[in-house]
Design a protein around this ligand. Structure first.
Ligand code: NAD
Length: 463
């Protein structure tokens, strides 16, 4: 682990499974309570100097970005081993981390003068919050850590980062690599089980918890933060709808729809998780998506030409298997796939489910895996209300040849990002977050940066 700029060993360890084999590939350190205290103390001790020197922070983030670009393949290999995604995608994730670091390194920390007259000079400035506890999931372990680290550090905070126990290795490597460019204590990386996360959220040092993960855990995090009034940003689950309008061209949109549903093997918070299609287009859309799913090459992320790796972990693999089996038992039709792939590892056939409707678990719940239900509709108003009729509200998309009309429908989606004729188009300057149970606060853009700051009014009397 990385604590106070040093490599730290633990007495306990836990196994990290390669999801392509189902076998333990490495041991990861299991942090003790004392080690977490040390990490928090180191982050607190590093604060005064770090928050004082903004140019040094920008320089460090630039250098961190360069390290991500230079070492993308090395870190990408670790990601493929523990996460399962194809090596090309893993390498791109590390490069993406560099892109995000570069964006934040240049982002302005605004100071606004709101009064300057005979009575007073009044400025509104953004101050760091203190120590940030960052907790991340297993789908994009590296990128999502950087979404927190880059703005938090730029704003002058210090951090203790805890990755998911399913994917600790890439974050451990991140801590090691960034020792080269960050002063001791500014970034501490600890690993362990879910209990370590709970220790962090109830620890008295952090002033802010930045959490990405499931709705259920997000609620626990919010409850743990409340007694100490810690600030929280929660990036939680989604069940993104894509609504096709009757003027959509199935052949033209199939590629993008498929890509946005199956990216990272469907393990993306804002992947398309259900598609609403008018009856007139239904057969064509199902056929086009099923053709793509059937043609997809699934395999070990280290093998050449593989499009999708395994599901990341056994519980998730079992959940996807269960949701698909439940849909089929309820009368849905597997237009492609429909079952686990025989052999070792957590491989599942890319699956398109037709003749299914709201009420089926895989439509109502977040599947977070390579299985997509296609739901027929007759009345657009009803499709919009079904799309919105959920506790989730992360993102959604509307597809049609008349982009104006599609935009009007998209404006009625109750979610943090409403896409038109695209989905999953994420970028560093675009705030990302969810309505309803999909989250609290946003990441990215200046708005994401502000989430790591407190507003301070500096009022200088002239009278
Ligand atoms: P999870 O909630 O099980 O775990 C997330 C993290 O929380 C892990 O590091 C885990 O160890 C930790 N944790 C578990 N219990 C905790 C507790 N009581 N207190 C503090 N930390 C605790 O989620 P997951 O299965 O790793 O990730 C998948 C979920 O994440 C999906 O629902 C997905 O939609 C969501 N997600 C959301 C976004 C987003 O930006 N909105 C991005 C990626 C993933």
């Amino acid at each position: 682990m990385t604590i106070d700029g040093q490599a730290v060993q633990t007495t306990g360890t836990f196994g990290v499974v390669n999801p392509a084999t189902g076998e333990v590939a490495e041991q990861a350190p299991d942090a003790s309570r004392e080690q977490l205290d040390q990490a928090m103390a180191a982050a607190a001790a590093a604060l005064p100097e770090w928050r004082r020197d903004e140019p040094a922070r920008r320089k460090a983030l630039q250098a961190a970005a360069d390290l991500m670009f230079a070492r993308s393949e090395e870190i990408g290999r670790i990601l493929t081993l523990e996460q399962g995604k194809p090596l090309g995608d893993a390498t791109m994730e590390v490069i993406g981390a560099g892109v995000w670091l570069k964006y934040f390194a240049d982002l302005e920390l605004p100071r606004e003068v709101i009064q300057d007259d005979d009575a007073a000079f009044v400025e509104v400035v953004r101050r760091p919050m203190g120590v940030v506890a960052a907790i991340t999931p297993w789908n994009y372990p590296l990128l999502l850590a950087i979404w927190k680290l880059a703005p938090a550090l730029l704003a002058g905070n210090t951090m203790v980062l805890k990755p998911s126990p399913f994917t600790p290795l890439s974050s451990l490597k991140l801590g090691e690599v960034l020792r080269e460019v960050l002063p001791p204590g500014v970034l501490n990386v600890v690993t362990g089980g879910d209990g370590l996360g709970a220790w962090m959220t109830s620890h008295d040092v952090p002033r802010k918890i930045s959490f990405t993960g499931s709705v259920a855990t997000g609620k626990r995090v919010a409850a743990a933060a409340a007694p100490d009034l810690k600030r929280v940003t929660l990036e939680l689950g989604g069940n993104d709808p894509a609504i096709l309008l009757d003027d959509a061209d199935p052949a033209a949109v199939a590629d993008k729809l498929f890509g946005a549903a199956f990216m990272n093997n469907g393990q993306v918070c804002s992947a398309i998780k259900r598609v609403y299609v008018p009856e007139s287009l239904y057969g064509d859309v199902v056929e086009a998506l099923a053709a793509k799913a059937s043609a997809a090459k699934v395999g070990d992320g280290f093998a050449e030409g593989v499009q999708f790796g395994p599901v990341n972990n056994k519980p998730q693999y079992e959940r996807v298997s269960e949701l698909v089996a439940d849909a089929l038992a309820g009368g849905a039709r597997a237009a492609a796939g429909g079952k686990p792939i025989d052999g070792p590892g957590y491989f599942f056939e890319p699956t398109i489910l037709a003749d299914i409707s709201d009420g089926a678990r895989i439509v109502d719940e977040e599947q977070f895996g390579p299985a997509l239900p296609i739901v027929k509709y007759n009345d657009l108003e009803e499709a919009i209300s079904r799309a919105n009729g959920t506790h989730f509200g992360l993102s959604g998309s509307v597809w049609g040849t008349d982009a104006e009309r599609a935009s009007e429908v998209a404006a009625r989606l109750e979610c943090g990002t409403a896409w038109v004729n695209t989905h999953l188009a994420l970028a560093p300057h675009q705030p990302f977050g969810g309505f309803k149970w999909s989250g609290v606060g946003v990441e990215n853009g200046p708005w994401g940066l502000y989430g790591f700051t407190e507003l301070q009014v500096v009022h200088r009397s002239k009278a």
